[in-house]
Design a protein around this ligand. Structure first.
Ligand code: CMC
Length: 438
């Protein structure tokens, strides 16, 4: 049984097609959101599995961290609307909120900031680890490899049953992932690694480690630091998405947190998930000009082509992704700050969005821009290369992964994640010696 008691009660009776059996399932009610039929005893009592590839209708865990209402376009972190956090909060405050459930007092915030901002350096031997990669390796490959390798360097915080070990590992991950990300970039362009400066803020430090060089003074533009901080806030957590579910599944086996977060990074990399921000820019470059939008959309709508409108559509949102709205406004502010009056990519994106939102194909399928549609344009304007976009997403989401991992480990009902299947392969048969095979 779960360690949580669910408000509300009742049950739902389902008739099982193809048999004359019915099953009465308890109905669980969370704080908000739809009721959830409790399937846990279905197999034990009736010998029947549920079939839900892609988990479109399955709640895999209970969680108190993030809530999404996909029809209304609502996203809450610990109950607070993303719009309010984007306007008033900061990434480290959001990190505290996601991890501990409440907004910090000034003293809690100061202690938390100190804990994160003073653990930004990597074990010096991790530095030589980078040299094993090709210079043209994708920075997500480097990030995934080096974060996984952290489990070989921080042996003193690997006991997942010790709350203090869990806390230290969480802090190490949140503090060191930006350093690894920045170094992956520096390595790819052949520049020396820039060590973190703990007097800088989180986003500020990241910009510094990426763009500074030892030979010159470098001052971080505060508007760009604020914009990056906002982007990190918007990407910090998103309920049980593919990478978070990957982290939980890996963590459910008792694997150490560094290995689990490396698994999350691998899952995030795909173009259907975090890799979409990189894919959007490639798509815009391929379209090239507003005049080519109609032809491009015809390809997207053609069932025989694999082309998708990247940065559009979402498994949960059937309305405008609230993060995309904020991202669009931020895009204009960042370009204005940088003195970019006409950005052909932004013009193309705005027109592509306008045309798609009036096209029956997208309207009928409730396909709206998601968080990735505008983020790439902002990040490019800020001087990040395309290959770093998903890396920045991973930096932000590390906070969400760590929070979800901690919640899972602390849940007394936690069990190894072990889905079942419908087996459609050959029935049992006897081995045939090769001489008798034709
Ligand atoms: N372009 C064209 N058609 C689409 C798109 C799209 N971007 N997204 C969904 N559809 C169509 C799809 O072909 C299907 O049509 P039909 O009913 O005729 O077969 C219908 O809409 C439902 O799509 P689905 O594939 O069942 O939806 P899903 O929930 O499995 O996929 C998604 C969600 C995000 C993978 C998908 O919308 C997609 O591939 N979008 C583009 C990639 C992208 O932007 N990903 C970022 C997601 S947000 C950030 C994150 O999670 O990391």
């Amino acid at each position: 049984m779960s360690g949580t008691s669910y408000s509300g009660s009742g049950s739902v009776t389902v008739t099982l097609d193809g048999s004359n059996r019915t099953a009465t399932l308890p109905l669980l009610q969370g704080t908000i959101g739809p009721s959830v039929a409790d399937m846990r005893k279905l197999y034990a009592e009736l010998g029947i599995f549920t079939f839900d590839p892609g988990y479109g209708g399955t709640a895999a865990c209970d969680s108190k961290i993030t809530y999404i209402d996909g029809d209304a376009g609502v996203l809450l972190y610990r109950g607070y609307p993303i719009e309010q956090l984007a306007e008033h909060s900061s990434f480290l405050e959001v990190a505290y909120l996601l991890m501990y459930g409440e907004l910090p007092t000034p003293a809690q915030k100061a202690e938390f900031d100190r804990g994160v901002l003073h653990h930004t350096m990597l074990h010096e031997q991790l530095r030589s680890f980078f040299n094993g990669f090709r210079r043209d390796a994708h920075p997500m490959a480097v990030l995934c490899g080096v974060v996984g390798a952290m489990s070989a360097f921080y042996h003193d915080s690997l006991d997942i049953n010790d709350p203090e070990h869990r806390r230290i590992s969480a802090f190490r991950l949140i503090a060191k992932v930006p350093t690894i990300a920045a170094w992956a970039y520096k390595y790819s362009i052949g520049q020396p690694f820039v060590y973190p400066r703990n007097s800088l803020g989180y986003a500020e430090n990241m910009l510094y480690m990426m763009h500074a060089v030892p030979a010159e003074e470098y001052t971080v533009n505060p508007v760009l630091a604020r914009a990056l901080d906002l982007i990190l806030v918007l990407h910090a957590d998103h309920e049980q998405n593919a990478s978070t579910s990957t982290v939980r599944l890996a963590g459910s086996t008792g694997a150490n947190p560094f290995a689990c977060i490396a698994a999350g990074i691998a899952s995030l990399w795909g173009p259907a998930h975090g890799g979409a921000n990189e894919a959007v820019l490639k798509m815009l470059a391929d379209i090239g000009h507003v005049a080519h939008i109609p032809d491009f959309l015809e390809k997207v709508k053609d069932k025989n082509s694999a082309v998708r409108l990247m940065g559009f559509g979402h498994r949960v949102y059937k309305n405008y992704d609230p993060r995309a709205k904020i991202m669009q406004q931020t895009c204009h502010a960042v370009l204005a700050e940088l003195g970019i009056k006409d950005d052909p990519l932004l013009d193309l994106a705005v027109e592509l969005e306008r045309v798609a939102l009036h096209d029956e194909y997208f309207v009928s399928r409730k396909l709206y821009p998601n968080v990735d549609f505008y983020s790439g344009i902002i990040l490019k304007a800020m001087g990040f290369p395309t290959s770093m976009f998903t890396v920045l997403f991973a930096v932000a989401r590390t906070v969400g992964w760590v929070s979800q991992w901690m919640e899972m480990i602390e849940d007394p009902a936690q069990r190894i994640g072990r889905p079942r299947q419908i087996y459609t392969g050959a029935p049992q048969r006897d081995y045939l010696p090769m001489s008798r095979r034709t």
